[in-house]
Design a protein around this ligand. Structure first.
Ligand SMILES: [Fe+2]
Length: 269
């Protein structure tokens, strides 16, 4: 059975997960900011990185990856990089963040390892399977900064024999969540869910009802965990409100990055 670590922040907020397979290889999901890299190395040690999965091109998800690629040392340790980003033009038109430009500038250094995570792609890495189900891509042209790139996230499920399944939603918001439900509704049910967009201003309650998780993973430092119970913008809910959704669904098992790096129990009940 694989091990799944949810890594705590060494930057204001970020998302970083590591699977260690039974053959002792690492699979990284996002990784966070450059300040989060030393802790990521503590978790992965000298293991081979069989896959580095990037959910969407925002700095709190990929700037650590970019910083390590720029330094160069890690490239030989990475087997594959899975992502499905919108174009540079789309991102630049949506917001001031420019991480996509850095990613594309460095791409020639690792282009031979890249796999576009198209919906429908299933990848086996040792005993785990990553089922890439959805990509928001460029379909949401939204007027608010950052939202369009959040909505470009990929969503995927990770499974392994005799192990609890985990649905990863990246930073998907209400638009992507609705299409995910429409396109993959019957496949979403999972034992554990990574709460979209750090547990606030993410997908709507219906998506979590379809996933029907027993446990939730919150990439939320204290200030975000305590975010007020309000609708910040139409359909964008604060963390305390989303916490209520999950409690009302009967979910009592919660893992929050504010409490430190955690080994998520994957053993089936
Ligand atoms: Fe994020």
């Amino acid at each position: 059975m694989p091990k799944l670590y949810m890594l705590t922040e060494h930057s204001p907020f970020m998302m970083s997960f590591v699977y260690i397979t039974d053959k002792d290889n690492a699979v990284i999901i996002d990784g966070g900011n450059p300040e989060d890299m030393p802790h990521l190395y503590e978790i992965i040690g000298n293991r081979k990185i069989s896959a580095w999965v990037l959910t969407h091109p925002h700095p709190d998800h990929i700037s650590g990856f970019i910083s390590e690629i720029e330094k160069g040392f890690i490239i030989d340790r990475i087997e594959k990089v899975y992502y499905n980003f919108p174009s540079e033009e789309f991102c630049v038109a949506s917001e001031p963040e420019r991480d996509i430009c850095d990613f594309n500038r460095l791409l020639p250094l690792f282009a031979d390892k890249c796999v576009i995570a198209e919906p429908g792609l299933k990848v086996d890495i040792d005993e785990i399977t990553i089922d890439f189900m959805f990509c928001g891509g460029e379909r949401y042209h939204l007027p608010k900064p950052n939202l369009a790139v959040n909505e470009s996230s990929i969503a995927f499920k990770v499974t392994a024999p005799n192990s609890r399944s985990v649905m990863f939603l990246g930073d998907l918001g209400p638009c992507g969540g609705r299409d995910l439900l429409k396109e993959c509704g019957d496949k979403l049910k999972s034992d554990i869910v990574q709460m979209a967009h750090h547990g606030h201003s993410g997908v709507t309650e219906e998506v979590y009802k379809a996933i029907a998780p027993k446990a939730c993973l919150w990439c939320a430092p204290e200030w975000l965990w305590e975010e007020e119970d309000t609708e910040i913008e139409p359909e964008l809910w604060g963390t305390k409100h989303q916490r209520k959704w999950m409690y009302n669904m009967g979910v009592t098992e919660h893992y929050v990055t504010k409490d430190g790096t955690q080994l998520i129990p994957l053993k089936e009940d």
